[in-house]
Ligand binder design. Structure first.
Ligand code: GCO
Ligand code: MN
Ligand code: MN
Length: 385
């Protein structure tokens, strides 16, 4: 059995804002001191991460220190061999974005937001970053009456501008939209994977825009994350992923990966590995969680370690499940492989299909074997197989 120790090949990545979260919430101030993002980069490398990601404002909160911080960060990457793999923009903290950023009614705010994005695209490109995430936490409303159609026009306009800019500059960069149903806004635009996929189809160059779905965000909406990312993979749109844990539809808990819906985490890892034969995800395995406010710095690093360890344990369980001969037999009993066969065969016509006779009563009574299959998965997860 593996020791579940992460290596660079596992491609684990952390947002600098995750371990750097000081525990500020709506009921109280910071419970932990500020964590220097450059120092955090060294510690994440020691723990076995392969990469980091950041918002402009987490790495560079102070305009005066911008150049020196970038220099120190570049040195940290060079010293550790870590990669900056994803960059994202804070378009949600400052009160200027209180009514939205790219979809604010105020044209001035929208122009400022696009300028902030462009500056951050340049920074990302200078670090060789190829994935640029957009999470629109403030795009939405608490009230009725927002002109959603105009807001989507403006959202699409901004993305079209960004894509054109990246092409014009010759950057190797793609954009990944991160859906979320609510929080901080009461109702956020592009709330789920499905909404975002449909929106991408309306852009000028849909090939440059994909998704960065987050476990907790889909589960807050009561949705099945593994099925959601499987659909994103099917569309070739899983550009990036945010792994964390969540207990059903409530506030965004941002638990460490594996905590919360553990069964969901098992199927999430299975989906990332290609499930029962789908396309596999080959990007960075990125954690976006919050070490609980109750923890001191030791708990912060413990939770970061645990995200990677839980992924590796689940990967081991999933691989054992897929390699288990009893599982193969159960899949056969469930006719799972027949789902690969086209419903109308080559050379067949719809007339053939309509003329065939169907024993509907027998089909209605057939065994589907799904409980047996699911129980095998559960037993692998529980460690008894
Ligand atoms: C959240 C989001 C953010 C985004 C990040 C990337 O719910 O707070 O998940 O953490 O992932 O801002 O842009
Ligand atoms: Mn989140
Ligand atoms: Mn996220």
């Amino acid at each position: 059995m593996s020791s579940f120790t992460p290596t660079r090949d596992d491609k684990f990545s952390f947002g600098l804002w995750t371990v750097g979260w000081q525990g500020v919430d709506v009921f109280g101030p910071a419970s932990r001191p500020l964590l220097d993002p450059v120092a955090a980069t060294y510690t994440l490398a020691e723990l076995g991460a392969a990469a980091v990601s950041f918002h402009d404002d987490d790495l560079l909160p102070d305009e005066h220190a911008r150049e020196s911080t970038l220099e120190q960060f570049g040195k940290a990457l060079a010293d550790t061999g870590l990669q900056a793999e994803m960059v994202t923009t804070n378009l949600f903290s400052h009160p200027v974005f209180k009514e939205g950023a790219l979809t604010a009614n105020s044209r001035e705010v929208r122009r400022y937001a696009v300028a902030k994005l462009l500056r951050n695209v340049d920074l990302a490109a200078s670090l060789g970053v190829e994935t640029f995430v957009l999470w629109g936490g403030r795009e939405g409303s608490e009230h009725g009456g927002k002109n959603v159609s105009a807001a989507l026009d403006r959202y699409a306009e901004s993305l079209n501008l960004l894509c054109a800019y990246v092409k014009e500059q010759g950057h190797q960069m793609r954009f990944a939209l991160e859906p979320k149903p609510n929080e901080p806004r009461g109702d956020i635009l592009l709330p789920t994977i499905g909404h975002a996929l449909a929106f991408i189809g309306e852009l000028e160059d849909p090939s440059m825009v994909g998704l960065n779905p987050e476990v907790g965000h889909e589960e807050m909406a009561g949705l099945n994350f593994a099925q959601g990312i499987s659909q994103a993979l099917w569309h070739d749109k899983l550009f990036h992923v945010d792994l964390n844990g969540q207990h059903g539809p409530r506030f965004d808990q941002d638990l460490r990966f594996g905590a919360g819906n553990l069964r969901g985490a098992f199927w999430t890892v299975d989906a990332l590995l290609g499930g029962g034969g789908g396309r596999a995800y080959d990007g960075f395995v990125h954690f976006d969680y919050k070490p609980p406010r109750a923890e001191a710095i030791d708990g912060v690093w413990e939770s970061a370690r645990a995200c990677m360890r839980n992924y590796l344990i689940l990967r081991d369980k999933v691989q054992a499940f897929r390699a288990d001969p009893d599982v193969s037999a159960a899949l056969d009993a469930a006719e799972a492989h027949r789902l690969d066969e086209p419903t109308v065969g080559a050379g067949e016509s719809l007339a053939d299909l309509r003329a065939a006779s169907y024993d509907v009563e027998a089909l209605g009574q057939r065994s589907v074997g799904l409980e047996a299959l699911d129980q095998l998965a559960l037993e692998h997860l529980l460690g008894v197989r």
